[in-house]
Design a protein around this ligand. Structure first.
Ligand code: FNR
Length: 196
C-alpha cells in the first residue's frame, strides 16, 4: 500500500484587502517556499461587518465557511499591516466573527503566528502587539518568540513577491516554530501519513 505525506493545513489571513498588499505578498512568499512543507490556504477577509443579531445558527454562510476552515486547520498565520497605530478593521472584524460562539470559538487554543508588515521602519509593531492581545482574549495560542516584524516593506517586496531573503527566512523559521509548538502541545505529527 502506498503512502503519501499530507502537509499540515495552515490558514493564512492577510489583514489587507489591497490587490498589491505587502502582507498578502508575505503570505504568498510563505505559500510558495520549498522550505515550508505546509498546505497554506489564504483567506481574503472581506466578511460582512460583525453583527451579533446575525450571529448564531443563522450566521452568514461565508462566516460559517471561515470558521470551519479555521477549525480544520493546524494553525493560522496572520500577516497584517498597521492602520493608525492599530489593527486594520478587516482583520479585527474577522477575528471578532471567529471568536464566537463565546467559549466555543474555533480559535480557542488554535496556534496563531502574527507577522506585521509596513513600509515604515517600525514594521507595524503596534498592530502586532494589539493582534496578540485580541488573540489572547479568546484565548488562541499565540506563538511567542522573536516577533516577525517586517519594516521598510516597499523596498523588500517587489512586484508582489518578497525580494528580501532574510525576512522570508525569519518568517519561515517562525512558522517552523509554530509547527514544533503544535507537535509538542497536541502530540500530533507535523505531517500526516495518508494511505492511498
Ligand atoms: C496606513 N499605513 C500605516 N503604516 C504604519 O506603519 N503605521 C500606521 O499607523 C499606518 N496607518 C495607516 C492608516 C491607513 C488608513 C492606511 C491606508 C495606511 C500605511 C500602510 O502600512 C501601508 O499603506 C501598507 O502598504 C498597507 O498594507 P498592505 O495593504 O500593503 O498590506
Amino acid at each position: 500500500m502506498d503512502q503519501r505525506v499530507i502537509p499540515p493545513q495552515i490558514i493564512g489571513l492577510p489583514g489587507s484587502l489591497r490587490q498589491q498588499s505587502y502582507s498578502l505578498a508575505v503570505l504568498r512568499g510563505l505559500q510558495a517556499h520549498p522550505d515550508l512543507a505546509v498546505d497554506l490556504r489564504i483567506w481574503r477577509l472581506d466578511l460582512p461587518l460583525y453583527n451579533e443579531d446575525e450571529d448564531g445558527s443563522a450566521a452568514p454562510v461565508v462566516v460559517q465557511r471561515f470558521r470551519n476552515a479555521i477549525g480544520r486547520s493546524t494553525g493560522i498565520v496572520i500577516a497584517t499591516p498597521e492602520y493608525n497605530h492599530g489593527i486594520p478593521g478587516v482583520l479585527k472584524n474577522a477575528l471578532d466573527w471567529a471568536s464566537r460562539p463565546f467559549g466555543k470559538s474555533v480559535l480557542i487554543h488554535k496556534p496563531v503566528l502574527v507577522i506585521s508588515v509596513s513600509p515604515a521602519f517600525t514594521g507595524g509593531a503596534r498592530a502586532h502587539a494589539q493582534v496578540n492581545e485580541t488573540l489572547l482574549s479568546i484565548p488562541a495560542d499565540v506563538i511567542g518568540g522573536p516577533q516577525v516584524v517586517i519594516g521598510n516593506a516597499a523596498s523588500k517586496i517587489v512586484d508582489g513577491s518578497v525580494a528580501d531573503k532574510n525576512d522570508l527566512a525569519f518568517a519561515i523559521s517562525a512558522v517552523h516554530g509554530m509547527l514544533a509548538y503544535t507537535s509538542a502541545r497536541w502530540g500530533q505529527p507535523q505531517s500526516l501519513l495518508a494511505e492511498i
